[in-house]
Design a protein around this ligand. Structure first.
Ligand code: GAR
Length: 202
């Protein structure tokens, strides 16, 4: 069993896609053992509760010190014996200590065709606003491994999504999200099939 911990900050539709993927049997040999939220009001926490997945809020209010916050996240992941960390709409940049602790075992879903519209300042709705402002004919979604950079790690899966005439940030975001859910499920399947991820903490 691959023990997955999911880091979230908001609505958690990508968390839901992993839950659904496991429940439907599309993703086998995996379970979500922990949800970590950087936001106490994230709807993702409700989703976790509904599916009886343990969750913890590790935010700036509880841990104003960046290092202490990182250490708290690492211990929570360790305690849950995490094999794979999924950043699913997690709106903080990971500290190098965290990347090092789970090197090669952290993946992120990003709502654009990396290396376009990614990096510092490109997150959530801002990505789609930038895509529309640039007037490009297509956008997309990318699942990649996380390294010390911002959206720079090796790409696992990527899929294009058309930008349609009259698109708003909301309509484009919704179309891209559907593809995110699909490739996130597929990426986790791919990782399980490759037996690439180590077992049981560090
Ligand atoms: C998703 O579009 C995700 O790709 C994006 O935030 C949204 C979260 O939605 N993540 C980033 O921009 C990270 N750089 P969700 O909470 O419904 O999964």
């Amino acid at each position: 069993m691959l023990r997955i911990s999911v880091l979230v900050s908001g609505g958690g539709t990508n968390l839901q896609a992993i839950i659904d993927g496991i429940e439907s049997g599309f993703i086998q040999e995996a379970e979500i053992v922990l949800v970590v939220s950087s936001n106490p009001n994230a709807y993702a926490l409700e989703r976790a509760k509904k599916h009886k997945i343990p969750s913890v809020v590790i935010d700036k209010a509880k841990y104003p010190d960046k290092d202490a916050r990182t250490k708290a996240i690492i211990s929570a992941l360790d305690l849950a014996k995490t094999d794979l960390v999924v950043l699913a709409g997690y709106m903080s940049i990971l500290e190098p200590e965290m990347v090092d602790a789970y090197r090669g075992r952290i993946i992120n879903i990003h709502p654009s065709l990396i290396p376009q519209f990614c990096g510092v300042g490109f997150y959530g709705k801002r990505v789609h606003a930038a895509v529309l402002a640039a007037g490009v004919p297509e956008s997309g979604a990318t699942v990649h491994y996380v390294d010390e950079g911002v959206d720079t790690g090796p790409i696992i899966l990527q899929e294009k999504v058309p930008v349609l005439e009259g698109d708003t940030v909301e309509t484009l975001a919704a179309r891209v999200l559907e593809t995110e859910h699909k490739i996130l499920q597929e990426a986790i399947r791919k990782i399980i099939a490759s037996k690439h991820v180590g077992k049981g903490g560090r």
